[in-house]
Design a protein around this ligand. Sequence first.
Ligand SMILES: Nc1ncnc2c1ncn2[C@@H]1O[C@H](COP(=O)(O)OP(=O)(O)O)[C@@H](O)[C@H]1O
Ligand SMILES: [Mg+2]
Length: 306
Amino acid sequence: MMPDVENERLQIPQIAAERADAAPASVPDAPALEATTKPDVKRGRSIVVTSGKGGVGKTTTTANLGTALADAGCSVVVVDADVGLRNLDVVLGLENRVSKHLLDVIEGKCTLDEALVRDRIRRNLQLLPAAQNREKDDVPEDKMAELMGQLRERFDFVLIDCPAGIEQGFRNAVIGANEAVVVTTPEVSAVRDADRIVGLLPQEIVIKLVVNRVRPAMVRKGTMMSVADVNAILRLDLIGVVPDEREIIIATNRGTPVIDIEGSETGAAFRRIARRLLGEEIPIPAFEDKGSFFTRFMTTLGVGRS
Ligand SMILES: Nc1ncnc2c1ncn2[C@@H]1O[C@H](COP(=O)(O)OP(=O)(O)O)[C@@H](O)[C@H]1O
Ligand SMILES: [Mg+2]
């Protein structure tokens, strides 16, 4: 018998294929994208990519949505708000070009333009790096809000890569955002932390959910929570489901976003999420709900809202 992981790899394209009868993503009424023209988006959408738990795919999501939105013709800045642990630059392959960072701008040591690093391929994508040798508490909330305001005036999209946890780093990452993409994996601990984070987001923020690292074969076997299980607890507006794929590791090691890896279902999933953010109605592949065991389990743990 083939090892499980091979089975899953083979299953991914099948599951990720768009189903004509699947429910459309619930996105607000926005004009559909013209393939050849710049999308009619409002400037200054700032979206924090957050999760509570570390290692669930915030940085991967920020990098891939940033590049996909840039490919759609939008001007994008990705902000590494994970002060002390910066790695958005590595995922984007820009680490050798980083010299100044977010705190230098806030402390007046350099201008915003001096800190921004332009992507080598997508010239409409820029990175605002985080300081690696500083503490999250070093960033004052009011200064961060001011900086985010400046970025919103200059870019169509400001994507903020949030640190794990609920402390000052989280508050700083959220302060300049008017939308949030909550990332979780189908694991009890990740869903529980996502639930906690949702409760801490300001009321006025528009929240969307990405379920990352889904393994369809395990979902079918009932050994992994299904997307329906996850969202029975979180009850958020689902904007994407991203399969677990080894190509991500290859892509990350190369400093290439996975959306650039040909044939990657994970890359395709991120591209669809970017299009949904732009208002396109693209169905989200449905995953069979076989793991209702997990829903009961989480309810027993007292997680989820009614
Ligand atoms: N869909 C996926 N499939 C496989 N590996 C993934 C996927 N998403 C993220 N990863 C891997 O998981 C690890 C954590 O991802 P990362 O984006 O750094 O998480 P976070 O920013 O939330 O800490 C990385 O090694 C990344 O390559
Ligand atoms: Mg990260």
